[in-house]
Design a protein around this ligand. Structure first.
Ligand SMILES: O=C(O)CCC(=O)C(=O)O
Ligand SMILES: [Fe+2]
Length: 293
């Protein structure tokens, strides 16, 4: 499918109004098969590492066999550096059609991730939170919440059983609420959000929308949209591709995606995105941070 102007405009309107939107079959047919095959290749690439590994912005988050009985890959970051497929996808025509009505024609990307929820891995839930918590370098942006949109493309079917995204409509109007900032040392992948925690922040748990997605469906949400997802309780993995885009004029961070509407490839060297230590340790290395302990 090529995303129509009216479908993109409608998604942008719903996004502004409710703080989220879904576009069904954003990619479809053989394109979904290619996406799934390349995602499997990224998983196998991640499995080569015994622990969490980084090289510039490229990274794999690993749950090691020593602690989990088996090695699991739960996240990849900036796959573009090793995947021509993901490098083209992030700045495809369809993405431009989707983003232009929200951000305009000059767009940088500050996050590119795959999240897996391998059956049996256990720690695959994300407590309710607002993504603004992950934008540490606030000085690097102007009007950060008005200039950013996040996208989540389903690679596997994303269902209630395997931990699909959950959002709270209208929560983007409430400001920053600090959800999950103090629980378990601020680790959003440890523990679950209690309904009372949402109520205490002025949110109604009864308003939660479960965003089930077929492969190729894409969701949009903002930095203030309250969202989370449960751990996978099924036998079906949930691979999900997340990208975060910003209006370039309002951001010192990120890799160019579109310059005046023109698709722009990565340069020779990685740019500062969300990873603050990028320039301190540019060489490939393992990270011994047992956040899950
Ligand atoms: O993968 C998911 O279900 C949600 C992830 C998320 O919200 C995040 O990483 O900020
Ligand atoms: Fe999030």
């Amino acid at each position: 499918m090529t995303l129509s102007r009216s479908a993109a405009r409608q998604a942008a309107e719903q996004y502004r109004e409710d703080g989220y939107a879904v576009v069904r079959q954003f990619i479809d047919g053989d394109e979904v098969l290619r996406l799934r095959a390349e995602t499997d290749r990224m998983y196998r690439e991640g499995l080569r590492h015994h622990a969490t590994w980084r090289h510039g912005n490229l990274a794999f988050e690993i749950l090691p066999e020593a602690d989990f009985g088996q090695r699991y890959v739960i996240q990849a970051y900036w796959m573009s550096w090793i995947s021509a497929y993901f490098e083209k996808l992030r700045r495809s025509e369809d993405f431009f059609s989707l983003l232009d009505p929200i951000l305009g024609p000059d767009i940088k990307q500050v996050a590119q991730q795959i999240h897996w929820k391998p059956p049996g891995a256990g720690l695959t839930g994300y407590r309710f939170h607002q993504d603004l918590r992950f934008r540490v370098a606030r000085d690097a942006y102007c009007d950060i919440t008005g200039s950013t949109v996040n996208t989540g493309l389903a690679i596997d079917p994303s269902t209630r059983d395997n931990g699909c995204l959950q959002v709270i409509p209208g929560s983007h109007r409430l400001g920053y609420l600090g959800l999950s900032d103090d629980s378990d040392g601020g680790q959003i992948m440890k523990g679950l959000t209690e309904a009372d925690e949402l109520r205490a922040a002025g949110l109604d748990p009864g308003k939660i929308v479960w965003l089930e997605q077929e492969p190729g469906d894409i969701a949009l949400w903002g930095l203030l949209t309250v969202h989370g997802s449960l751990p996978n309780k099924s036998q079906q993995d949930r691979a999900f591709a997340i990208s975060s885009y910003v209006r370039a004029a309002n951001s010192d961070r990120g890799e160019w995606a579109f310059r005046n509407g023109v698709s722009t490839p990565l340069g020779a060297k990685p740019q500062l995105c969300k990873y603050e230590a990028l320039h301190d340790r540019p060489e490939p290395h393992y990270v011994a941070d047992k956040w899950y302990a």
